[in-house]
Design a protein around this ligand. Sequence first.
Ligand SMILES: Nc1ncnc2c1ncn2[C@@H]1O[C@H](COP(=O)(O)OP(=O)(O)OP(=O)(O)O)[C@@H](O)[C@H]1O
Ligand SMILES: [Mg+2]
Ligand SMILES: [Zn+2]
Length: 250
Amino acid sequence: MTKYGLRRSLKGQPCPICGEVRHKIYKSHPFPMPASVGRGLWLLTDCACIKQQREQERLERERLVIIPAAHPLPLALQAKSFDGFQVTELNRNAFERSRSFARNFDKIENGRGIILLGPSGTGKTHLAAAIANELREKFSVAFVYVPTLLEQMRLSNVPLEPLLNADLLIMDDLGTDRATDWVVERLLIIVDGRLNNLKPTVFTTNYDLQDLDARVGMRVASRIIGSNLHLFLKGTDYRVRHVKFTPKLP
Ligand SMILES: Nc1ncnc2c1ncn2[C@@H]1O[C@H](COP(=O)(O)OP(=O)(O)OP(=O)(O)O)[C@@H](O)[C@H]1O
Ligand SMILES: [Mg+2]
Ligand SMILES: [Zn+2]
């Protein structure tokens, strides 16, 4: 066999692991080389285990190239973790349930997600980001800041497919926009689409459950309220915890 510069010898060596015969082939150099290098070299063909090993290495290289470039969270949230969350009596339940949601994510079958509720600065977005960070290597995770998403939708055609198909979607800060028909319709497509696909969503909102339908419309609110675990965070704004109140002098 001389085509492609290959020649096969009669002798082969069976691989000690899979038993497949590794043939000895002579591969000519594609262009003339100095005499000291010779015209070509003897190689062994790949057996099944070597092919599998090469495929594995190729996949690992692809993973390394793809994943770090595509972090689902905005930069400011990429370091948020459960370890970095200060647990108090006012947030313990939300913290523990959020963590167990992330740890048992592969067992969720009905698409049941979470809605994190509470005043500003109580750690809702922090917990949502911690969930995303814990899951993002094994699952596809998408994050949207709802006011920005709606703004982008007003300006252009935002592809919905990644939001509908991600294993987990975080919808941060639901309800800051007034519930116009247009907003309700957009939100409904996403919320309903994910429920129909049985894909869990994590919502954060500043609004009470009672106020949510005024913010996002009854149809969206009832779906969110009905199909998610409600976790309440209480306490003062963590952002201003070190700012001491100094009474004004008369
Ligand atoms: N219990 C906590 N332990 C550690 N950091 C916290 C805790 N709660 C909040 N933080 C930090 O305080 C800041 C504000 O928290 P976060 O953004 O999660 O608040 P939020 O409840 O989403 O508020 P908003 O309703 O204004 O969006 C973040 O930097 C967050 O990491
Ligand atoms: Mg927030
Ligand atoms: Zn083998």
